[in-house]
Design a protein around this ligand. Sequence first.
Ligand code: S3P
Length: 450
Amino acid sequence: MAASAASVDRSTVEVLPAARLEGELRLPGDKSVSHRALMLALLADGESRIRGAGDGADVRSTAGIVRSLGASLVRMPGTDEAGNVDYVVRSVGAAGIRQPDGALDCGNSGTSLRLFAGILAGQPVEATLDGDASLRSRPMARIIEPLRAMGASVEGSEGGRPPLRVTGRTPLDPIDWTTPVPSAQVKSAILLAGLSAAGTTVVRESVATRDHTERMLRARGVAVRSRDDGGGGGMVEIDGGATLRAIDVDVPGDPSAAAFWLVAGAIHPAAALRVRHVSGNPTRRAIFDMLRRMGVQIDETPVDTPVPGEPVADLAVRSGELTALELEPVETAMAIDEIPVLCLAATQARGRSVIRGADELRHKESDRIAGIVDGLGALGAKIAAQGDDIVVDGPTLLRGTVVDSLGDHRLALTFAIAGLVAAGRTTIIAADAVGISYPTFFADLERIRS
Ligand code: S3P
């Protein structure tokens, strides 16, 4: 078979169908954990070693900002077998944060921008957080409002978009805030600001979003109390004034990256894939169980880790028959980053899949509802947006054509997996977007295909 993933120019990649998918994959270090490990190393007093951080452009943006804010950050030479990197960060804690010289460039990364806004809101600095065209189009009122309620000055451009000018205040006022949309970034921004508040800050959410910030603050000696409300949501409380202990972190593999291979293994007719060392954090693993509901056989073997943190597992997946899946809005929120690739799985599943309440996807790195409907539709899928729902009828035979990632990593990754099962050639425009979260993706794809 001809070269499977040929780079046509810098950013266009062609994928041909694979006869077989077989082998073992090590993944990028979890992006959410990598960001937080770097940020909390800045806030901690002492030396933090971060092993196996993802080396995508988003995490690099965070590393650059940690350095701009005054920490000594050393990126160790070389990468591990998965292309991940180690960092050693030395800091004197939040008190050492210095006034940055220019705008802090978050690139494409919403997590960097929103979480640093929370950190800087409680520091005696004035800083501008900015990013690329995609990030400049994303909504920030959801963090501007709570941070202002805490006493920081936060100014966005028109419609509350980046760049954001943050003028911090110390101490901040504690707040009791109910998030308007389920968002771990909003929750985390408020909790990080809450570290600098004079009292206890409370965040309430209708869907319990990923809890890395809470776990990682606790591991550094901060009292963070969480309670679920018995209905899928919950509240988190943090006391202001705590100091963070510097610790070492082993970053687990990213379950959102694993999802691409799990779907590849499930929909390809001749596949047997193992994905090693994946975070099985309960707030991230919904996608595994959704695929199982569709009939996908995923074997999970827990792995002991030397440094306690996230639960970690090895996963194995093989080809199988898929049936359609219906998701309620709460479930959609629990797998928000995996919905594009779940739509691809649905194109190969028998029956009508309905993903309800997907509106938040319009506010990601691109309008992911439009992007996935257009892209998978062009490949021959029966997929439509109905209000905030996505409806997919399957199974359909996909046929390769030209699809546009819109510069969105999760769309580029989804279309590349689609190309492994589509007849003929799938040409992905702006495929270099995979470098945001998964720079070694096309090399991995070449390795496991035949
Ligand atoms: C993230 C939270 C989610 C997710 C993003 C990473 C995080 O965003 O989509 O990829 O690390 O906190 P929202 O908080 O906007 O839902």
